[in-house]
Design a protein around this ligand. Structure first.
Ligand code: SF4
Length: 293
């Protein structure tokens, strides 16, 4: 018997093999104009009785679980006390656990004190996935992200200071053709200011249900970037990233036309050379039919 999930259910690609517990449903913000993941759900928090029953059941079925992801969209919205209770219980029931992670909105990191973040970290919460999306304040406003480049930087630094592994996402094409340069400049600035452990680049894909809202909120004609433009953005981003600490960079998400990965700072030149090569070999592009979000 498997868990009775409340669909749709999302998790980061790197949590594909993780055991997922839905400790919350939906997203408490649910207003980013490019994201329709939880539009069909009203945000709610699952009761301890429900969560505990699922943990007890899965601890019997999959006692050797190594990784757990806490869903849905912003489990860090739970109170510190409740999150600590869940994380501690998971650590007690799954003795071979290596990592517990969840999505985290900048706001949910910032509203916790450094002590509270450390408490959760010491209780066994290891990693946050945080969507930077873009470091451009202009575009963040147009896509109603509910955060600025400054709040992004503060949240990432605060979480890293408390000992969390940070995996951040950015979205190629989010500013369209008009704001492409601004998008990449701001995004590189946020990455350079924070040097998260991981940065993943996705490509904008607007589901039909969200397109009109996105276009209206954008406030000006939105001109989508082409695959070639997205590769230019990737090239510009890589050339503008300048970090001393290691940043594992991946642009291998299913939404991307081109795939590239490497670790900054040592692989920067290799990635730049690979992009130059890809520009000469457009046949390596991922066919549109094989892309997905
Ligand atoms: S991008 Fe994240 S914060 Fe924004 S609506 Fe989607 S799940 Fe919520």
């Amino acid at each position: 018997m498997m868990l009775n999930y409340d669909y749709p259910l999302y998790r980061p690609p790197s949590e594909a093999d993780s055991l997922i517990f839905q400790v919350t449903l939906g997203c408490s913000f649910n207003e980013c104009s490019f994201c329709d993941m939880y539009r069909s759900k009203q945000y709610s928090e699952r009761s301890w009785d429900e969560v505990k029953a699922e943990i007890d059941m899965m601890a019997k079925m999959l006692p050797d679980t190594k990784r757990i992801f806490l869903a849905d969209g912003d489990a860090l919205n739970l109170s510190v006390e409740y999150m600590q209770k869940i994380v501690k219980y998971l650590r007690e029931k799954f003795q071979n656990l290596e990592r517990i992670s969840c999505y985290a909105m900048p706001m949910n990191v910032l509203k916790k004190t450094p002590e509270e973040l450390k408490l959760l970290r010491e209780s066994g919460l290891d990693m946050f996935y945080l969507g930077i999306e873009t470091g451009s304040d202009l575009i963040l406003k147009k896509v109603t992200k509910g955060a600025t480049s400054v709040t992004m930087i503060r949240a990432i630094k605060k979480a890293m200071d408390a000992g969390y592994i940070m995996s951040c996402m950015i979205i190629l094409g989010l500013g369209g053709k008009t704001h492409s340069k601004e998008h990449i400049r701001g995004t590189a600035e946020v990455i350079n200011a924070t040097a998260p452990h991981y940065v993943g680049a996705l490509t904008l894909y607007l589901e039909n249900g969200i397109k009109d809202e996105f276009m209206t909120k954008f406030g000006e004609p939105f001109i989508p970037v082409s695959d070639h433009d997205a590769l230019d953005e990737l090239e510009d981003l890589i050339s503008q990233i300048d970090v001393k600490n290691n940043v594992i960079f991946r642009a291998n998400h299913g939404s991307n036309a081109y795939t590239i990965k490497g670790t900054f700072p040592q692989d920067k030149q290799m990635m730049q050379e690979k992009i130059s090569w890809m520009k000469q070999h457009p046949e390596v592009i991922r066919p549109v039919g094989l892309r997905g979000f």
